[in-house]
Design a protein around this ligand. Structure first.
Ligand SMILES: [Zn+2]
Length: 298
């Protein structure tokens, strides 16, 4: 698809769904103008990029997440490391759809808050469509890191991709049936505001054994060999009326190239010297994936 076609397609999508958005600066409603930008009642304007995303940040944000990191994440995603976790979330959403919205025909609106380079949302959207929600899945991915959103937009034409700030989400109230928040920071008051009254938040956090092999190598003797998610669980349960959780553990063998990408992608390695990283990524390794999937209803 050429860049102009992509821009046109995104602008048409935004025109159809403009009620979903609100201005992150003044909170007023927005309209697509000249198939090129979203403009609010007070004339704050947000351009639709030719790469196929819309930048809804009112300021330039600095993040630690650069292009190389998202490249690494994308490679790890395609290695299948997150496969069972994505499958677990997809199956849960498919079950929910069957129980709670049987044959309603209403669009299923899905926000990935912290979508990074977009592969999780893309895979989950694909799984939902395979279950017969062809034209009914309306997906939106947002991330404050522009590098991730650009990569998502270039790779996946389908959902809408936005650069946006979690503390000022550029969406009107009660727009989403499901919010995904996968290994990414939360803003619970915004999530509650954006969810429909029967909507569900899906948050994925690492379990205590997540990447334990890397943890052991990087952190031996520092007191950081183990990790607890108790604080996150506690905070989550304070914000939602009804919660459920599911634990998911599995092991994946990664080759030396994938090991390099995994090490690069994880914050565990940010304080470790490059020689140590080089030494570690010398060969194949079996790595533990351990996730807690938290589900919350308001
Ligand atoms: Zn405005």
């Amino acid at each position: 698809m050429s860049r102009n076609d992509r821009l046109l397609k995104k602008a048409q999508w935004l025109s159809m769904h403009e009620k979903m958005f609100k201005c992150p600066i003044c909170g007023s409603s927005m309209k697509v103008q000249q198939l090129a930008s979203l403009v609010c009642e007070n004339l704050h304007s947000y351009d639709i990029s030719r790469q196929g995303y819309v930048n809804l940040l009112s300021h330039r944000a600095k993040t630690k997440y650069d292009k190389a990191l998202f490249e690494a994440r994308k490679m790890i995603n395609s290695s299948g490391f997150f496969g069972p976790m994505i499958e677990g979330i997809s199956n849960r959403l498919i079950r929910m759809q069957k129980q709670e919205l049987p044959e309603s025909g209403k669009p299923l609106r899905l926000l990935d808050a912290g979508c990074g380079e977009g592969s999780h949302l893309s895979a989950i959207g694909h799984n939902l469509r395979e279950q017969g929600h062809e034209s009914n899945v309306v997906g939106v991915g947002m991330d404050i890191a522009k590098e991730g959103v650009v990569m998502a937009a270039k790779t996946y034409s389908d959902p809408m991709w936005c650069v946006a700030d979690l503390s000022q989400c550029p969406f009107a109230d009660e727009q989403f049936n499901y919010i995904l928040n996968i290994l990414s920071p939360s803003n619970y008051s915004e999530f509650r505001r954006l969810l429909t009254s029967d909507g569900m938040l899906v948050k994925v956090i690492p379990g205590s054994l997540y990447l334990q092999e890397l943890r052991a190598l990087f952190y031996t003797g520092t007191g950081k060999e183990t990790y607890s998610n108790d604080g996150t669980m506690e905070l989550f349960s304070r914000h939602f009326e009804r919660i459920e959780f599911e634990e998911l553990q599995y092991r994946v063998v990664l080759d030396s190239e994938q090991m390099k990408q995994l090490i690069h992608m994880t914050p565990l390695s940010w304080s470790v010297s490059s020689e140590v990283i080089e030494r570690m990524s010398g060969g194949e390794m079996e790595i533990t994936a351990d996730f807690t999937l938290l589900y919350g209803w308001k």
